[in-house]
Design a protein around this ligand. Structure first.
Ligand code: SAH
Ligand code: SF4
Length: 390
């Protein structure tokens, strides 16, 4: 009988399984002994070898089903090196996504030059195709949610970067398409695989999960971070507006969890190891760029510690602010901010004692910058209304 092309792909792939889970599955499925399964798992992640194991007796576990194709890649020069955006092909759901059998997930490799002069890459991964949160400034938000990715599809982005594009990232940030807290089980499983010492072996301190401010998810992930081996996971919050009126007008999620609720959840985030929470602020002309906004940011950040005369006032600094110039989405009602206004806003923040840094814009030309990930083909077909539930 021919195999159903829509059968759950990657089901038995190492991409979605920790080494222990893979070993158990290989034994159960094809009677493979532990040493060969372990060797295959290591080879698959370390050298990209998909032929190291033969799982007998099982069609669904053939090696062809272990990886996903890179369907396109684009490169753009930036001052710190080449930015590489690549697209991984995944399957849609044949029952309710007519015309969307083939979905695309986008990932970006962003170069950084460290203080020692070495170039490293940060991989920005997607956790969903589209996003249900509907933030007005975000390209992905305009698509609505098509579907969440499985853990294997998330890890496939690391595998494709490392073994197909040929760039092994030092850091991973969940800042591509989608809201990780809306797909938390798969995000947690993906991180378990990424940090497996027989697999990608990413230090958990090099992984950051960015959220729109889903407080339920922040709390659940915080519980996980209290477990052994998870303490140093990074968290980023997309603040984007420092008062409830403005925030609700650009981020519908704020109507469900307001700034006070988000601030409380961040203060409860476990940081035994001194982890700082990263607060992201997309500067949008005419929306959130006045001196008053800068003052409100300082108020929001006061409980996390502010600087006085360049020194930390009171307790240790628990949060840092990342200022991101708005990258106009397609059909954007707002332009990008001018260089002067970004400099001015940063100067206000620093003057107010906020530990703030500016994020340089990379990959804007190819729509590979933050908030510009989204497929033109899929856009406009809002399959799931952009609403926030829960
Ligand atoms: N859903 C998560 C992670 C993906 S968005 C979140 O919202 O945090 C990743 C980052 O891109 C967020 O900080 C978001 O505020 C930012 N972003 C979205 N649209 C943007 C745009 N048009 N220009 C610049 N940054 C944008
Ligand atoms: Fe979703 Fe994040 Fe974009 Fe908001 S900013 S629509 S949460 S991807």
């Amino acid at each position: 009988m021919p195999q159903d092309p829509h059968a759950q792909p990657l089901e038995r792939s190492p991409l979605g399984l920790t080494s222990d889970e893979f070993i158990a599955s290989a034994k159960e499925l094809a009677g493979v002994a532990r040493p060969s399964a372990l060797a295959a798992y290591r080879a698959f992640f370390r050298t990209g070898d998909v032929d190291a194991i033969s799982l007998r007796n099982s069609e669904s576990a053939t090696r062809e089903g272990w990886t996903l194709p890179v369907t396109r890649s684009l490169r753009e020069e930036s001052p710190e090196g080449e930015v590489v955006k690549f697209v991984t092909g995944v399957r849609g759901d044949r029952f309710w996504q007519a015309g969307l059998e083939d979905l695309e997930i986008e990932s970006v490799l962003i170069p950084m030059i460290s203080s020692s002069g070495a170039r490293t890459y940060t991989l920005c991964v997607s956790s969903q195709v589209g996003c249900a949160m509907g933030c007005r400034f975000c390209e992905t938000g305009q698509m609505g949610l098509i579907r969440s990715l499985t853990s294997a599809e998330i890890v496939a982005q690391w595998w494709n970067a490392t073994h197909k594009i040929g760039i092994r990232p030092k850091n991973i940030v969940f800042m591509g398409m989608g809201e990780p807290m809306d797909n938390l089980d798969h995000v947690i499983q993906a991180i378990s695989v990424l940090k497996d010492h027989n697999g990608p072996h990413m230090p958990v301190s090099q992984v950051t999960v960015s959220t729109v401010g889903r407080v339920d998810g922040i709390k659940r992930l915080g519980e996980k971070v209290r477990e052994h081996g998870w303490h140093r996971l990074g968290l980023a919050l997309s603040l984007n507006a420092p008062n409830d009126d403005d925030r609700s007008s650009i981020m519908p999620v704020n109507k469900r969890w307001n700034l006070a609720a988000v601030q409380e959840a961040l203060l409860e985030w476990p940081r035994r190891t001194g982890n700082k929470v990263c607060i992201e602020y997309v500067l949008i002309p005419g929306v959130n760029d006045t001196r008053r906004h800068a003052e409100q940011i300082a108020e929001f950040m006061r409980p996390f510690g502010l600087l006085q005369g360049g020194r930390i006032a009171g307790k240790a600094l628990m949060a840092i602010l990342n200022l991101i110039p708005y990258n106009p989405r397609r059909h954007s009602p707002w332009p990008a901010p001018s260089e002067e206004s970004v400099d001015q806003f940063l100067a206000w923040l620093i003057d107010l004692g906020v530990f703030a840094k500016r994020r340089r814009t990379k990959g804007r030309e190819m729509m590979g910058a933050c908030g510009q990930l989204g497929s033109e083909k899929i856009r406009g077909r809002k399959l799931v209304q952009a609403t926030v539930s829960g």
